[in-house]
Design a protein around this ligand. Structure first.
Ligand code: ADP
Ligand code: MG
Length: 308
């Protein structure tokens, strides 16, 4: 039988426009995502603390005292783990509150934006004022606004291919809705991500309670991502586990500096495709295959950034 998008849901059969997934929290799969992202522990703790504070304090302290909006923004280059962190954060926050009842809604901004005049604005308003508000009335709710620049585009830089008037109105609608929801729903937290912070409207950024920069991994983080990736592969191909202690490992990790976490994991996949023989028997991948793949990924990145 064909599985429709709706059957993927664990708690709803019908999803309103603009929401592509809704799930109950905590969800251990999301916990695994949080753990899989190698990031300075201080940043992870800061993120978790800000999210927890949202649910302890906002219902109790007047907005005239602390004008919190319940919005956290993660910014950084593509592939640095922002979306994974946002999902993982939802799980970790929910685990802190034993009373439970938390839900995660994932917004798909691209399904809201429409070139038809005024449609985006209406879709945005409906999503926030109806679907999100309804869920937030039912219990603590976390909303992932992935790639938020699509929804809250900088109104001063409307060089986008979409109808500029429509983009302008959509951004206005997001801001109005955020203000209304912040007043009415203290049990609501938006976690937004953006690869292009310069494309996000400054009125949106100023409403964020925390803007956290997610950096490219440094040398130590590259080594940890690589080691984690190889350890994961070793669960299927035990011989791969030995590469972590090979003399080439440190050189390989050093070669990864400048790549994002996604690119590092993809580079390992490229190493497994070093030849048809290795591809047919991935456990035979060698440390020189890995080093060659890391060098190639780095060289490609250099070409990419020269073009950009
Ligand atoms: N810092 C990191 N540590 C470990 N893995 C990472 C890291 N950053 C990215 N990845 C991997 O890259 C993939 C894409 O991450 P994602 O969360 O989609 O990044 P972004 O949203 O910033 O583009 C994930 O599979 C993740 O495991
Ligand atoms: Mg992302």
């Amino acid at each position: 039988m064909l599985r429709s998008a709706a059957t993927r849901q664990d708690d709803e059969t019908f999803l309103p426009k603009g929401i592509h997934r809704s799930r109950r929290l905590p969800d251990e799969q999301l916990g695994a995502l949080w753990d899989s992202i190698v990031l300075d522990e201080k940043l992870k703790i800061q993120l978790l603390s800000q999210a927890a504070l949202n649910f302890t304090l906002r219902g109790k302290v007047e907005r005239t005292v602390l004008p919190l909006h319940g919005v956290i923004l993660l910014v950084g280059p593509p592939g640095t783990g922002k979306t994974s962190l946002a999902r993982g954060l939802a799980h970790r926050v929910a685990k802190l509150f034993p009373a439970g009842g938390f839900k995660l809604l994932e917004v798909e901004p691209h399904t809201l934006t429409s070139s038809a005049h005024g449609k985006t604005q209406r879709a945005v308003s409906e999503l926030f004022s109806q679907s999100i508000a309804e869920t937030a009335s039912g219990g603590p709710t976390i909303v992932l606004l992935d790639e938020v620049e699509t929804l809250a585009a900088d109104r001063t830089k409307l060089s986008l291919e979409a109808n500029p008037v429509d983009v302008h109105r959509a951004t206005d609608a997001v801001l109005v809705q955020l203000d209304t929801l912040a007043e009415r729903h203290p049990n609501l937290l938006f976690v937004a991500t953006s690869n292009f912070p310069q494309a996000v409207d400054s009125a949106f950024t100023s409403r964020c309670d925390l803007v956290l920069q997610i950096p490219l991994p440094d040398r130590d983080a590259c080594a940890r991502i690589l080691a984690d990736c190889l350890a994961g592969l070793a669960r299927t191909y035990p011989a791969v586990g030995g590469l972590v202690s090979s003399p080439d490992f440190a050189r390989c990790a050093a070669e990864c500096v400048g790549l994002d976490g996604r690119a590092i994991r993809k580079m390992v996949a490229n190493a497994l495709a070093a030849s048809p023989q290795v591809a047919m028997d991935p456990g035979t991948v060698s440390s020189s295959d890995l080093l060659a793949a890391a060098k190639a990924a780095k060289a490609n990145r250099a070409i990419g950034s020269a073009k950009a």
